[in-house]
Design a protein around this ligand. Structure first.
Ligand code: CMC
Length: 428
């Protein structure tokens, strides 16, 4: 498709160019709409039909269940690549050579030291504070210790900011967990891979050696890859939006972490396990909860079901489901929560309410089950998502700045009071 789209308002016709992406997605470019129509705008709450940018990072086809990073199928990346390779691919656009990957890892390790004073900030949080709030605050606090703003026109400065956050973020995530678990803060081991090192930083006990477990680190690697980017979702749009005011990378990421926290977005992985636990505690009656999910007077939703974009299946969920089965089998875990999950899944997939609305299990329905079997506590599930999404956020922020996108500033349709006179306080 090419050419223009015609819009008629009050008998007057306006032409708008049509843009077609490399995967033949079609968009009507309306950036001149207000000017040419003298003030008419579009209204699209939740941006269900609004393309906010052109991007070369991730392609997603919700109808066909396709997800690709920089043109590579998620299935292939999850099988053949490791998380750091995928991070490099997302951020810089191409798979790294061996030398590029080694340098990337070396530079990340060099930048992984976090200022000792950050520990005082962490100390100020109550032990029970939710890790996502702590992580967002710590990421923002990093700015105070790295105050120079990044000159985005300098490739070198951009690269330095990227390896800095890739190095420090896993440390902050692990420290957030350790503080909550009452464990001493520590660094990992530079001789380990990125993901294995993260696991060591999380789980090393002060009195014993950290035992490497290949099943655990492979599963974690895969989970991080599956979460690494997902085009213009809520947190990514937040990162781009905040960055569009030329706020720095760390400030933009901190805002993205807050957006991810919500139970309708990244927080769903925690909400899924809490829901399954509640169903178990309530006698395991999945039918009762299916009925609640369908009852419009009940706010309960089946967490881990439905997706704004995937209306057929979530390709990440497919990969993760197999991985969950493998991990549970290899670790010899028999989890009653998994039986409830399987029961709910079966019922929902056969129920006309879910079928008609195209509500399928999403990535978060299974990721929590794997995290749980890997010994990750439930309140750390969303921080795991954040760690995985980090390269995607960075890639999107970098792209937005390099493309010199304008500041994000949507319009509205005002529906409040029209002009009225001020009433003195004695006459209200
Ligand atoms: N349980 C019960 N009903 C649902 C659910 C659900 N999980 N999800 C959607 N619906 C119903 C909804 O009530 C509505 O029904 P009706 O047309 O009768 O009013 C219809 O399906 C369409 O829902 P919607 O809220 O308009 O869809 P959306 O695209 O705005 O929302 C969603 C997508 C993911 C927020 C939503 O499906 C949801 O709340 N799911 C549960 C939370 C969850 O699992 N989130 C993780 C998403 S995947 C991870 C990520 O990428 O962040």
């Amino acid at each position: 498709m090419s050419g223009t789209a015609t819009l008629e308002i009050d008998g007057k016709k306006y032409e708008f160019p049509i843009t077609v992406g490399t995967e033949n997605e079609v968009a009507i470019e309306i950036s001149s709409l207000r000017n040419v129509t003298n003030g008419v705008t579009t209204l699209d709450p939740g941006y269900k039909n609004t393309g906010s940018c052109e991007s070369a990072i991730t392609f997603l086809d919700g109808e066909q269940g396709i997800l690709r990073y920089r043109g590579y199928a998620i299935e292939e990346l999850a099988e053949k690549a490791d998380f750091l390779e995928v991070a490099y691919l997302l951020i810089f656009g191409e798979l790294p050579t061996r030398e590029q990957l080694q340098k990337f890892h070396r530079d990340i390790k060099e930048q992984s030291i976090v200022a000792e004073d950050m520990k005082k900030i962490l100390d100020g949080f109550p032990q029970a504070a939710h890790p996502m709030g702590v992580l967002s605050s710590l990421t923002s606090a990093l700015i105070a210790f790295n105050p120079s703003s990044v000159n985005v026109d300098s490739e070198e400065e951009m690269y330095k900011a990227i390896v800095k956050i890739m190095g420090k973020f896993p440390v902050l995530t692990a420290w957030t967990y350790r503080k909550r678990a009452g464990l001493p803060l520590d660094y990992g081991d530079d001789s380990l891979g990125y993901v294995e090192n993260f696991l060591k930083m999380m789980f090393k006990k002060p009195h014993s050696e950290f035992k490497r477990n290949e099943i655990v680190s492979n599963a974690m690697d895969k989970l991080l890859i599956l979460h690494a980017d997902h085009e213009q979702n809520c947190s990514t749009s937040t990162v781009r939006m905040v960055g569009s005011s030329h706020a720095g990378l760390f400030a933009s990421l901190s805002a993205g972490i807050s957006a991810l926290w919500g139970p309708l977005h990244g927080g769903a992985n925690q909400a899924v396990i809490e829901m399954l636990e509640a169903i178990k505690a309530d006698g395991g009656d999945t039918k009762k909860y299916m009925a609640k999910a369908k009852d419009k007077d009940d706010p309960f939703r089946l967490m881990g079901f439905g997706h704004r974009v995937y209306k057929n299946f979530d390709p990440r969920a497919k990969i993760i489901k197999t991985a969950a089965d493998d991990v549970l089998a290899s670790l010899g875990i028999d989890d009653p929560i998994l039986d409830i999950a399987k029961g709910l899944e079966k019922e929902a997939l056969e129920d006309s309410y879910f079928v008609d609305r195209k509500l399928y299990p999403n990535v978060d329905f299974y990721s929590g089950i794997i995290y749980r079997s890997l010994g990750i506590p439930v309140e750390m599930f969303t921080p795991m998502f954040a760690l995985g999404r980090l390269p995607g956020w960075i890639a999107q922020w970098r792209e937005m700045r390099l493309r010199k996108e304008p500041i994000g500033r949507p319009r509205q349709i005002y529906i409040g009071e029209t002009l009225r006179s001020f009433k003195d306080i004695d006459h209200r």
